[in-house]
Design a protein around this ligand. Structure first.
Ligand code: MG
Length: 159
Protein backbone atom coordinates (compact mmCIF):
# COMPACT_ATOMS: atom_id res chain seq x y z
CA UNK A 1 0.00 0.00 0.00
CA UNK A 2 1.04 3.61 -0.56
CA UNK A 3 -0.63 6.75 0.81
CA UNK A 4 -0.33 10.24 -0.65
CA UNK A 5 -1.50 13.69 0.37
CA UNK A 6 -2.24 16.70 -1.83
CA UNK A 7 -3.12 20.31 -1.12
CA UNK A 8 -4.03 23.15 -3.46
CA UNK A 9 -5.41 26.68 -3.23
CA UNK A 10 -6.56 29.11 -5.91
CA UNK A 11 -7.67 32.70 -5.73
CA UNK A 12 -11.28 33.48 -6.65
CA UNK A 13 -12.29 36.21 -9.08
CA UNK A 14 -15.36 37.24 -11.05
CA UNK A 15 -15.59 36.12 -14.67
CA UNK A 16 -14.00 32.71 -14.19
CA UNK A 17 -15.76 29.31 -14.09
CA UNK A 18 -15.60 27.48 -10.76
CA UNK A 19 -14.43 23.96 -11.59
CA UNK A 20 -14.48 21.48 -8.69
CA UNK A 21 -13.67 17.86 -9.44
CA UNK A 22 -14.45 18.31 -13.13
CA UNK A 23 -17.88 19.80 -12.41
CA UNK A 24 -18.67 23.43 -13.16
CA UNK A 25 -20.34 24.78 -10.03
CA UNK A 26 -22.59 27.83 -10.57
CA UNK A 27 -20.90 30.71 -8.77
CA UNK A 28 -20.41 34.47 -8.99
CA UNK A 29 -16.68 33.87 -8.70
CA UNK A 30 -14.39 31.24 -10.19
CA UNK A 31 -10.88 30.04 -9.49
CA UNK A 32 -7.93 31.85 -11.07
CA UNK A 33 -5.12 29.75 -12.52
CA UNK A 34 -3.12 28.83 -15.59
CA UNK A 35 -5.23 25.73 -16.28
CA UNK A 36 -8.93 25.51 -15.43
CA UNK A 37 -7.80 25.90 -11.79
CA UNK A 38 -9.68 22.83 -10.54
CA UNK A 39 -8.47 22.81 -6.96
CA UNK A 40 -9.89 19.35 -6.15
CA UNK A 41 -8.37 17.57 -9.14
CA UNK A 42 -5.04 19.32 -8.56
CA UNK A 43 -4.99 18.11 -4.94
CA UNK A 44 -5.92 14.57 -6.05
CA UNK A 45 -3.19 14.56 -8.72
CA UNK A 46 -0.63 15.72 -6.15
CA UNK A 47 -1.80 13.01 -3.73
CA UNK A 48 -1.34 10.29 -6.36
CA UNK A 49 2.04 11.66 -7.41
CA UNK A 50 3.09 11.77 -3.76
CA UNK A 51 2.09 8.15 -3.22
CA UNK A 52 4.07 7.22 -6.34
CA UNK A 53 7.14 9.20 -5.19
CA UNK A 54 6.78 11.01 -8.52
CA UNK A 55 7.13 14.63 -7.50
CA UNK A 56 4.26 17.09 -7.84
CA UNK A 57 1.81 18.54 -10.34
CA UNK A 58 4.06 21.49 -11.07
CA UNK A 59 6.75 19.15 -12.32
CA UNK A 60 4.45 17.23 -14.67
CA UNK A 61 2.21 20.12 -15.78
CA UNK A 62 4.23 23.33 -15.26
CA UNK A 63 2.23 26.55 -15.34
CA UNK A 64 5.06 28.03 -17.41
CA UNK A 65 4.04 25.72 -20.29
CA UNK A 66 1.55 27.35 -22.70
CA UNK A 67 0.25 23.83 -23.50
CA UNK A 68 -1.58 23.80 -20.13
CA UNK A 69 -3.17 27.25 -20.48
CA UNK A 70 -6.88 26.80 -19.79
CA UNK A 71 -6.29 23.03 -19.68
CA UNK A 72 -9.08 20.69 -18.57
CA UNK A 73 -7.75 19.24 -15.31
CA UNK A 74 -9.68 16.01 -15.83
CA UNK A 75 -6.92 15.24 -18.33
CA UNK A 76 -4.30 15.64 -15.57
CA UNK A 77 -6.28 13.27 -13.34
CA UNK A 78 -6.78 10.65 -16.07
CA UNK A 79 -3.11 10.74 -17.06
CA UNK A 80 -1.94 10.55 -13.46
CA UNK A 81 -4.18 7.54 -12.71
CA UNK A 82 -2.77 5.89 -15.84
CA UNK A 83 0.73 6.69 -14.61
CA UNK A 84 -0.06 4.94 -11.33
CA UNK A 85 -1.38 1.86 -13.13
CA UNK A 86 1.65 1.80 -15.45
CA UNK A 87 3.82 1.76 -12.34
CA UNK A 88 1.84 -1.18 -10.93
CA UNK A 89 -0.48 0.68 -8.53
CA UNK A 90 -4.29 0.82 -8.34
CA UNK A 91 -6.19 3.68 -6.68
CA UNK A 92 -8.10 2.26 -3.68
CA UNK A 93 -9.88 5.34 -2.39
CA UNK A 94 -9.75 9.11 -2.23
CA UNK A 95 -10.87 11.31 0.64
CA UNK A 96 -10.92 15.04 -0.06
CA UNK A 97 -12.03 18.18 1.76
CA UNK A 98 -12.86 21.27 -0.26
CA UNK A 99 -12.71 24.55 1.66
CA UNK A 100 -15.02 27.14 0.13
CA UNK A 101 -17.08 29.83 1.79
CA UNK A 102 -19.71 30.13 -0.98
CA UNK A 103 -21.55 28.82 -2.84
CA UNK A 104 -22.48 25.84 -0.70
CA UNK A 105 -21.08 22.73 -2.38
CA UNK A 106 -23.14 20.07 -0.62
CA UNK A 107 -25.72 19.72 -3.41
CA UNK A 108 -22.96 19.21 -5.98
CA UNK A 109 -20.98 16.60 -4.05
CA UNK A 110 -22.59 13.48 -5.61
CA UNK A 111 -21.86 14.75 -9.15
CA UNK A 112 -18.33 15.71 -8.16
CA UNK A 113 -17.65 12.29 -6.63
CA UNK A 114 -18.99 10.60 -9.77
CA UNK A 115 -16.79 12.73 -12.02
CA UNK A 116 -13.64 12.14 -9.97
CA UNK A 117 -14.38 8.40 -10.00
CA UNK A 118 -14.68 8.50 -13.80
CA UNK A 119 -11.38 10.34 -14.10
CA UNK A 120 -9.58 7.75 -11.98
CA UNK A 121 -11.57 4.85 -13.49
CA UNK A 122 -12.71 3.56 -10.09
CA UNK A 123 -16.15 2.93 -8.58
CA UNK A 124 -17.87 6.03 -7.19
CA UNK A 125 -18.07 4.48 -3.72
CA UNK A 126 -14.28 4.86 -3.51
CA UNK A 127 -14.42 8.64 -3.71
CA UNK A 128 -15.47 10.78 -0.75
CA UNK A 129 -15.67 14.55 -1.02
CA UNK A 130 -16.39 16.74 1.98
CA UNK A 131 -17.33 20.41 1.73
CA UNK A 132 -16.37 22.79 4.51
CA UNK A 133 -16.03 26.51 5.09
CA UNK A 134 -13.30 28.31 6.98
CA UNK A 135 -15.79 29.97 9.32
CA UNK A 136 -15.08 33.45 8.00
CA UNK A 137 -11.39 33.19 8.83
CA UNK A 138 -8.45 33.89 6.44
CA UNK A 139 -8.63 34.31 2.64
CA UNK A 140 -10.78 31.21 2.16
CA UNK A 141 -13.14 32.31 4.89
CA UNK A 142 -13.38 35.78 3.37
CA UNK A 143 -14.45 34.28 0.05
CA UNK A 144 -11.22 35.19 -1.75
CA UNK A 145 -9.91 31.66 -2.32
CA UNK A 146 -10.85 28.00 -2.62
CA UNK A 147 -8.60 25.28 -1.18
CA UNK A 148 -8.59 21.50 -1.06
CA UNK A 149 -6.88 18.72 0.85
CA UNK A 150 -6.88 15.20 -0.60
CA UNK A 151 -5.59 11.84 0.59
CA UNK A 152 -5.30 8.85 -1.72
CA UNK A 153 -4.47 5.20 -1.06
CA UNK A 154 -2.84 3.06 -3.73
CA UNK A 155 -2.52 -0.73 -3.66
CA UNK A 156 -0.24 -2.99 -5.64
CA UNK A 157 -2.06 -4.31 -8.69
CA UNK A 158 -2.46 -8.05 -9.01
CA UNK A 159 -0.68 -9.19 -12.12
MG1 MG B 1 -3.76 24.23 -8.70
Amino acid sequence: MRVGHGYDIHRLAAGRPLMIGGVQVPSEQGAVGHSDADVLLHAVVDAILGALKAGDIGRHYPDSDPAWRGADSTRFARETAARARDAGWEPVNVDATVLLERPKLAGHVPAIEQRVAECLDVAADRINVKAATNEGLDAVGQGRAVACHAVVLLARRHR
